[in-house]
Design a protein around this ligand. Structure first.
Ligand code: MN
Length: 734
């Protein structure tokens, strides 16, 4: 690119822009403010000396333009103007944050640094650029809110001067603007900037549509002016008679919103009737504002029929952004509905400038504090929307990101994960190696179960251990395809290794019983233990589920089928189902929480709980779950101080399958019914009964049985079998 630079003219232009900046500041600037802005200006000029934008103009014009937007259109204070002037200084030049802190104090330095941070975050592979910028915004939401406002101004100016950019960049920047900056501007109450950002975005994302609507707006301009003229001529007399000072203006709908309407209603430009609103802006003393608004309302409705469902009184209850006005829709000339916005000059200014304008109307001390108050309130609004800043941004319903969450590593790096991800997903996302060795996880410094659902903004730390291997529960703890497939293949491999060892163990053990392990024997064993494959068999031997005792049972049954039959009978048939409830319990496994999760734990040495003791789990920071006795001397203190870290724990008998279920049966009584029922339960289904009671009355019976099943499937089968018995009318789970 070549251009002739007239330095003298350029310097003059820069000086002119600077003067203009001071002149148009919405806040009145005192000498100190001006000194601050001057120093910022000089620093920026020095820093950007020799730099040029793609268009060829000196770089300094850009920060000045941004500062002008900040000063005039948004109406921020001198601190913000200074920061805006220097918003690219740390980013591009020799100046550091420390320099700025020394020269301008901590606030300005912090804001400029925040702006730099937005620009500097490295791009994570695989994250869309919208998502990337979204997370950048997230990071800064916790800083000074002025960072975001200046960033919006910066983006606004970039959008205004985007023609010299390559097309793909235009598209990227425009879509980002639409997704992030326009909604943010809206939220902050910068309606004009929001509208401008939307229109500018459309200009680049959909240039044809944009130009088409733009030219149509131009075409219909004179028709519109005529309409407004017709509308107001009817009113002027009445307004003048009341000596109200007012202006009537047309407010054209933005190109972007016309486009939206065309799309959502499937109509052509010509078919949209509310392409503009009519604004009546009146002068009023504060105490007369509301009264006058309704007076004007009454005059308008004297001449034009109002649509009663479209009355909005933002004066009595202003919007959270501070917006005040009275909106009505009336049947205007040519029998067309037209929206009329009635606002005082003050309200109008607030609508144009946002909250900053509020404080122009306050007096003395309040006025001084005004801008801070506004910023604080804004910050609070940003932070409090549903509890935190992240929810606030999510509230925009940026569908693009709705399925994504953003979490931090302990070092503060951001990772994006699918919604509903757990710490285990996170671990596998960081690295397969880390996932494989996950022993526990801390979220925001607190130890949590591995199936905890993560939220945006969580800081996740994975605790690893070299001795840990994936266990089958992990499949339920993970939600991402990546983690699940890694866990499954690890389990499979693990299973194969164990099965190989198991096969050898089995061969050895059977040899001692004089049984040779050949293919047919393997098949017999698979059938006997009700398994599916030989791998299952070897694996179960390998992990010890099929132990010596069971193998001996098998061998004796194999050696003596009659004996086996007998033994089976004894083993399976409940001695006395009614008394079974009182049977002594075996405790061999600890489960945690309401769901009875099996988690890693250690028994606390301070009270040495043994199986069967009344216990609870305490989630420690370093050592996972520690189990204490309920009457442990430390228990009271722990429970009082760290109630949130207590996890319910219970000893169970792992052989007793975990789910007691109550079944209710009813039907017609007949001889042998009870024995048929118990036969189905105990023999056909091989399910344990814990309690049984039957009562009969007038030939009908009612029974309730508590069974213990391993899963829903068994239960469903059992209910089905019972239902098929003769005489049974109803079988339900309670
Ligand atoms: Mn910039």
């Amino acid at each position: 690119m070549s251009y002739v630079i007239d330095e003298i003219a350029e310097n003059k232009a820069i000086a002119r822009e600077y003067k203009e900046l001071l002149r148009i500041s919405y806040q009145s600037l005192n000498d100190e403010d001006k000194k601050l802005i001057r120093l910022a200006f000089d620093t920026a000029v020095d820093a950007h000396n020799g730099q040029r934008r793609k268009s060829g103009e000196a770089y300094i014009f850009h920060p000045i333009a941004v500062a002008k937007i900040v000063a005039s259109e948004i109406g921020l204070d001198a601190t913000s103007i200074a920061a805006a002037l220097m918003h690219d200084v740390i980013e591009d030049t020799k100046y550091t944050r420390e320099d700025l802190e020394r020269m301008f104090g901590p606030t300005v330095a912090k804001i400029v640094d925040g702006l730099t941070k937005i620009a500097h975050l490295s791009l994570d592979a695989g994250i869309s650029h919208q998502a990337e910028n979204f997370r950048k915004m997230l990071l800064t939401l916790n800083d000074d809110v002025r960072v975001i406002i200046i960033k919006i101004a910066d983006r606004y100016h970039n959008m205004l001067t985007m023609d010299s950019m390559p097309e793909h960049k235009q598209l990227k920047i425009a879509s980002e603007t639409l997704f992030i900056y326009a909604p943010l501007a809206h939220r902050i109450g910068l309606y004009n900037i929001k509208t401008a950002l939307e229109d500018l975005s459309l200009k680049y994302t959909d240039p044809d549509i944009y130009q088409e609507i733009l030219s149509k707006i131009k075409e219909s301009k004179s028709e519109q002016n005529q309409y407004i003229e017709d509308f107001s001529s009817v009113l002027t007399q009445a307004l003048d008679k009341e000596k109200i000072k007012y202006q009537i203006k047309g407010r054209p709908k933005s190109i972007f919103s016309i486009r939206k309407k065309m799309q959502s209603q499937g109509v052509r430009y010509e078919e949209i009737y509310d392409k503009f609103a009519i604004r009546i802006i009146y002068k009023a003393k504060p105490e007369q504002e509301k009264f006058l608004a309704w007076k004007i309302y009454s005059m308008v409705t004297d001449h034009y029929t109002p649509n009663p469902v479209r009355l909005r009184d933002w004066i009595s209850s202003p919007k959270s952004t501070g917006y005040e006005a009275l909106h009505i829709t009336v049947m205007g000339p040519k029998n067309r509905w037209v929206e009329v916005q009635i606002r005082s000059e003050r309200m109008h200014e607030i609508a144009e400038k946002g909250y900053a304008a509020h404080f122009k109307y306050k007096h003395g001390d309040q006025k001084e504090k005004g801008i801070d108050l506004w910023l604080n309130r804004l910050q609070e609004a940003l932070e409090n929307a549903n509890g935190n800043a992240i929810d606030f941004v999510e509230e925009f319903k940026l569908n693009l990101y709705a399925k994504e969450i953003f979490v931090f590593t302990p070092k503060g790096d951001l990772k994006s994960l699918p919604k509903n991800s757990t710490p285990l997903d996170f671990a596998f996302h960081v690295h397969t190696e880390i996932g494989m060795k996950t022993r526990g996880a801390k979220v925001n410094g607190k130890l949590v179960p591995l199936n905890t659902v993560l939220k945006s903004g969580d800081q996740v730390e994975i605790i690893t251990s070299d001795t840990i291997k994936p266990n089958p529960n992990w499949v339920n703890y993970a939600t991402t395809a990546r983690a699940i497939s890694r866990i499954k293949s690890a389990l499979k491999e693990e299973r194969r290794t164990i099965a190989e060892q198991g096969k050898e163990i089995l061969r050895r053990k059977l040899r001692t019983q004089k049984i040779k392990l050949d293919e047919s024997m393997v098949n017999k064993l698979v059938v006997y233990f009700k398994l599916k494959t030989s791998l299952d068999l070897f694996y179960q031997v390998g992990v010890g589920t099929i132990d010596n005792h069971k193998l001996k049972e098998f061998s004796s049954s194999y050696n003596n089928t009659i004996l086996r039959f007998f033994k089976e009978k004894i083993r399976r048939k409940p001695k006395s189902p009614i008394l079974e409830d009182e049977a002594p319990q075996v405790y061999d496994t600890l489960v945690f929480g309401k769901e009875g999760d099996r988690l890693e734990y250690t028994l606390s040495p301070c009270c040495n709980p043994i199986p069967g003791d009344d216990v609870f789990g305490f989630i420690t920071i370093k050592d996972g779950i520690k189990v204490h006795k309920r009457n442990c001397p430390n228990a009271v203190a722990l429970q009082a101080q760290y109630a949130y870290r207590i996890i319910q724990a219970q000893w169970i008998d792992s052989a007793q399958q975990d789910f007691p279920v109550d079944i209710k049966l009813s039907g017609i009584d007949h001889l042998g019914l009870v024995s048929q029922v118990t036969h189905v339960i105990s023999n056909t289904m091989n399910v344990n009964m814990k309690k049984i009671s039957f009562s009969t009355e007038g030939g009908t019976f009612e029974g309730s049985i508590r069974v213990v099943v391993d899963n829903n499937e068994t239960l469903a089968k059992l209910l089905k079998h019972l239902g098929q018995l003769k005489g049974i009318d109803k079988v339900v789970r309670i």
